[in-house]
Design a protein around this ligand. Structure first.
Ligand code: SAM
Length: 474
């Protein structure tokens, strides 16, 4: 979020949190009582507390943050409870008031999917034309069972309907989710993120569940002692979630900071910055990033570049448009690349692409089943061989790799590998010949005791492309 705002406004932008003293439909009895079980905002003391005038609230926060950032601009952030739930005139008056404050560049409004009336939406649509408006919708989880357990009080369908209405009005939407809700598995938490990614939300806030004093959740925890995520589990899950989020989705938060005096569990949340740092470190260790898992080609590239040295000899067994060859040559600058393709056009266009920057390659306009005969002098000398099977994305689908020749090429190519050498194959079982290749390659590998292999999938969809990495057994 920090990068996003700096890019947009050319300076530091911080959020000034404001309280309108509003309630929630599942606090006041409209939908239910007590609010979400983890929330303290529904308590009598929170709702009845004396509110300072908006300007006073604003200046107080702004003055503190200004000590750290001198030339910053602000987002007025209406955070507590549901800030579109209440007397519309009062709400409008408050939003309009903050727009008159100096250097307020936008307004973020936290609310629930079930409290944006049609009248309110019309107003927000107009407001959106006058300021940088973001609606923050609490969802927490897509799983109805958990939703009921936490007394959320609205369904996923209601969320989706409200989301679509906001997007139709061209309003940006940031969605809040919570990791570690009682009895949710890692897979369930990742599913929530995959769903949000498919909706193309604008931003996300990821929280770790706080178990706070004097909440229904505290009682449930003391009675049922459900599993609370460890710090390591949380970091692992967040990294997996980030890998499944499109790079355009702005990460507004990946951990929260609870008031220490209220916190029952988990205490590791108290050191927010060390968690942020360790999420960074884990991504670095994995060599991945936000959106990594959305294309299997990222995994293929990562496998290709791992352990590859600048003087290695490599083979691209299916040159195609030359993008993979180009990638490999950017690493083996003092090494050499051999490329194969049966299509003359593919060889010519790849040559045009590569020769602008490189000289250290030779392309052969012949099938990879001839690779061993062509390169026998390089027996035991090749560090990496890649196969990107199938047909060219926009090309003739009949000119595709074929299982029989692919298997022959793979078998032969083992002899060319040096000690650290390996083969990276991207397979597309979504078309008939690709499925045949997939089955035959695995059959061959399972019968080859001298080879070790690992499969990498980025979805559960059996027809989606996947990658195999093959090494010789020591
Ligand atoms: N890696 C390429 C890139 O970065 O653009 C894309 C490769 S494309 C999916 C598959 C390519 O394999 C096609 O260009 C096709 O002509 C080629 N091909 C098909 N049969 C082949 C064979 N027996 N030997 C070598 N290449 C073959």
């Amino acid at each position: 979020m920090d990068y996003y705002y700096k890019n947009r406004y050319g300076c530091k932008v911080f959020k000034v949190t404001l309280d309108l003293g509003l309630s929630c439909p599942n606090i006041d009895g409209t939908k239910g009582y007590g609010g979400c079980i983890y929330c303290k905002g529904g308590s009598k003391s929170a709702l009845n507390k004396e509110l300072k005038p908006l300007k006073e609230q604003f200046d107080e926060v702004k003055d503190i943050l200004h000590k750290k950032w001198k030339n910053a601009k602000y987002i007025a952030y209406f955070q507590n409870n549901s800030n579109t739930y209440g007397e519309l005139n009062y709400i409008k008056k408050s939003f309009e008031e903050v727009l008159t404050y100096n250097n307020v560049v936008g307004i973020n409004i936290a609310t629930r999917a079930d409290c944006i009336s049609d009248e309110c939406l019309l107003y927000l649509e107009d407001l959106n034309k006058r300021t940088d408006l973001v609606i923050e919708l609490g969802l927490q989880t897509i799983h109805e069972k958990t939703s009921t357990l936490i007394n959320r009080g609205h369904t996923l369908k209601e969320f989706e309907e409200a989301y679509k209405k906001l997007k139709k009005a061209k309003i940006k939407v940031v969605v809040h989710i919570i990791n570690g809700l009682p009895y949710e598995t890692k897979e369930m938490m990742i599913e929530t993120v995959k769903y949000l990614n498919s909706l193309k939300i604008d931003g996300i806030k990821i929280h770790m569940l706080h178990i706070l004093k004097d909440t229904a959740l505290e009682k449930m925890y003391k009675k049922e002692n459900f599993h609370v995520l460890t710090r390591e589990e949380y970091i692992d899950i967040v990294c997996d979630q980030l890998e499944n989020l499109n790079e355009n989705i702005v990460i507004n938060r990946i951990t929260g900071d609870p008031i220490k005096a209220d916190l029952i569990e988990p205490h590791w949340l108290e050191k927010k910055f060390t968690i942020l740092n360790d999420i960074d470190k884990e991504l670095k260790r994995r060599n991945t990033y936000q959106g990594f898992n959305l294309s299997i080609l990222n995994r293929a590239r990562l496998l290709m570049e791992t352990n590859l040295k600048n003087n290695d000899l490599v083979i691209d067994a299916t040159v195609g448009n030359g993008k993979d060859s180009m990638f490999l040559l950017s690493i083996v600058r003092d090494g050499y690349l051999f490329g194969f393709d049966i299509q003359k056009d593919a060889i010519n266009s790849t040559d045009r692409l590569l020769k602008e920057n490189y000289r250290n390659y030779t392309l052969f306009n012949t099938g990879h089943e001839n690779m061993y005969n062509t390169l026998k002098d390089y027996k035991n000398k090749i560090s990496l061989i890649i196969f990107n099977l199938g047909y060219l994305p926009k090309g003739d689908k009949d000119i595709t790799t074929k299982s029989d020749t692919t298997i022959k090429a793979i078998k032969d190519s083992i002899k060319l590998l040096n000690k650290k050498g390996h083969i990276v194959i991207t397979i597309y079982p979504g078309h008939d010949e690709g499925l045949k290749e997939s089955t035959k390659i695995k059959e061959f590998l399972n019968n080859s005791s001298n080879l070790a292999y690992k499969e990498y999938h980025n979805t559960d969809n059996p027809t989606a492309p996947y990658v195999i990495n093959i090494k010789k057994n020591k």
